[in-house]
Each structure stands twice: as C-alpha cells, then as structure tokens.
Design a binder for this molecule. Structure first.
Ligand code: SF4
Length: 199
C-alpha cells in the first residue's frame, strides 16, 4: 500500500481501478463505460474520517465518523456514516446494535446540544451558554470545597477530604482522560467519586 494513503482510500481506489481495467479488458466500449459511470459511487468516497469513542456504554468501542466536507454541505461537515474502528483494541471494528445505530443519535432532533439550567424554584429548564455553565459548576465546586473541606481528623492527622460534593466520571473515554480525571478529582480531596461503568 503506498505510504500516506489510508487503507480505506487504497481499497476504494483499487476497486475503482479494477472495475475500469476490467471493462477495457472485456472489450466494452464508450457506451458501456458511460453506463459504468452511472453506478452509484462508493458511499465513503470523499468523506473525512475522524476517530472517536462510542458514547453509550463502558465498553468504549472505537468508532470512525465519516463526514461530508463543509464545502459540499453549506459550511458545516455532516456525518453520513459511522462504523467500528478496525484498529481499535477494544472492539476491532465490531459494534453492538446500539453502537451500530449511532448515526440516528447524532442526527436526532431530540439531541441536546447546549447546556440547560433550571434554577431553584423554577419549573422549567432554559438554555445557557457553555461558558456560563462551566463557570457555574466551577463556582459551586469552589464555594462548597472552601466551606466543607476537612483538613484534619479527630486525632489531628491531616486528611484533606471533601465529601459534600460528588463526581461521576464518564467511562467512554481514553485511559489518558481517565487518568487526568482521577488526578483532578482526588487532588481536590474528593472522596465521593464514581464512574459510569458501574451505573
Ligand atoms: S458499540 Fe455497543 S458495546 Fe460498544 S461502547 Fe457502544 S454501546 Fe457499548
């Protein structure tokens, strides 16, 4: 396989080349060649590949998102196909039925794409910006930790534990993200810490 060409691009190109060569070898003329051009193009041709992780469960299977370039779709990439990542050590290209239906999740009209907030006493949620939501979370964490961090136990031993706020981490992430999450949470002294994998 030529260096710098992905396996999919190589296989797609090989298939197209083989078809064209075969037509010539079997004596097909211009009419047949024209007919061949009307054959539906390879559905992944021209798409952009992005590696990611299935959002659903703790198995955290590797996926590849295939998207039409922004230039073809009016300014924003559109994901047209999702498949298992054959190079991912967890799933080796396979997906369970939920993962195989991820494209429906991506394009669902019910999907939440911005944070929502319901203030104490309010009966409904309202949309807020990411900056506002993250500032709000950081503020709540800081205020609660300042107020409730236990620095020493009854015997005077330093413990620096914070048990009035809990954290729930995602399991569908990389080892590096998991490591960093653990360091941040434990570094703040938080003991109430669980993972989606156990939910
Ligand atoms: S493809 Fe299925 S098994 Fe894999 S992470 Fe997604 S939901 Fe879990």
């Amino acid at each position: 396989m030529p260096e710098g060409i992905s396996r999919r691009a190589f296989l797609g190109g090989s298939a197209a080349t083989l078809a064209a060569t075969s037509l010539g070898a079997f004596g097909f003329g211009a009419a047949e060649a024209a007919a061949a051009t009307s054959i539906r193009p390879f559905k992944l041709a021209g798409t952009i590949e992005t590696r990611n992780t299935c959002t659903y469960c703790a198995v955290a299977c590797g996926i590849i998102l295939y998207a039409k370039p922004a230039a073809e779709t009016g300014g924003k990439r559109v994901i047209t196909y999702i498949d298992g990542d054959p190079d991912h050590p967890t799933n080796r290209g396979t997906l369970c039925p939920k993962g195989a239906a991820l494209l429906n999740f991506v394009h669902s009209p019910d999907r939440l794409t911005v944070p929502r907030y319901r203030a104490p006493g309010e009966s409904s949620f309202r949309e807020v910006s990411w900056d506002w939501a993250l500032d709000r979370v950081a503020r709540q964490f800081k205020d609660d930790r300042d107020k409730n961090l236990v620095t020493t136990n009854a015997g005077g031993v330093a413990v620096n534990r914070w048990i009035t706020t809990g954290f729930l981490a995602a399991s569908a992430c990389t080892n590096e993200t998991g490591w960093l999450t653990f360091k941040v949470v434990r570094g703040m002294g938080a003991l109430v810490f669980d993972n989606q994998a156990r939910v």
